[in-house]
Design a protein around this ligand. Sequence first.
Ligand code: FE
Length: 287
Amino acid sequence: MSKAREPVAIFSSVPTMEGAGVRLKRAFGHAHAPELDPFLLLDDIHSENPEDYIAGFPWHPHRGIETVTYVLHGDVQHGDSIGNRGAIGDGDVQWMTAGSGIVHQEMPRPTRGDMRGLQLWINLPASRKMMDPRYRDIRSDMIPVIESEEGVTVKIIAGHYGGKSGPMKDLVQNPNYLDVDLGPGRRFVHTFEPGHTVFAYTLRGRGTFSPGNREVVHEENVVLYGPGGAAEITAGDLGLRFLLISGQPIGEPVAWRGPIVMNTEEELTEAFREYRDGTFIKVGKHP
Ligand code: FE
């Protein structure tokens, strides 16, 4: 049996401006990405003021990555170059594989109360960077919700928990993506593949992330785990809700500019040249 996983870094999300002027919090990005391979970025939009988010993310390209958008509360209109149009709302997920190229827009609409949405970027290995783009909508009612004991509720967005599997099949980096809600004092243990990168992102409340580490982690923090098997998390007196995400590292060079992530500078230059020339889209058509 492999040893328990211990946190090796704990850091808070940082206020950042993105898109056409969206105020969000960046849980991690460029600076931390090398430690989080295959994950590149995690953004958290969390505001009760529509002024912070309605400017949205108008038409822009992606290549070489997947973006996973999880709307906890709100209404995000989207459209893309492979013909998808629609809205994602409370509890819905969109799993977009940009592959060889997608042009899309993501526009949050004003929401009563707090709008909350998270976007995770997962890198693709060189062999899959130019795969055909695909888009998958996961409605909240497709996501298994498991109450394994009183005060322990787990939503499986991808991967496995408690003998059940999430709705996403055929994923490139075998990610596990759980949304875990613990009542006060509740404990959660989950075993991961040895060698996979594992991190948690706290959404609400506070708690500790290993029996041997008493640092109390508050909301909007990343807890990056070191190698091992199981992670053990205990909620504090207010309960704790967090995302628990893992995946297989890629271990390849990363060349990253804005929304495009490739392996070499030449591939980046080519992608931006194609975007200017109108030859970026390989499947579908430019909106
Ligand atoms: Fe985007």
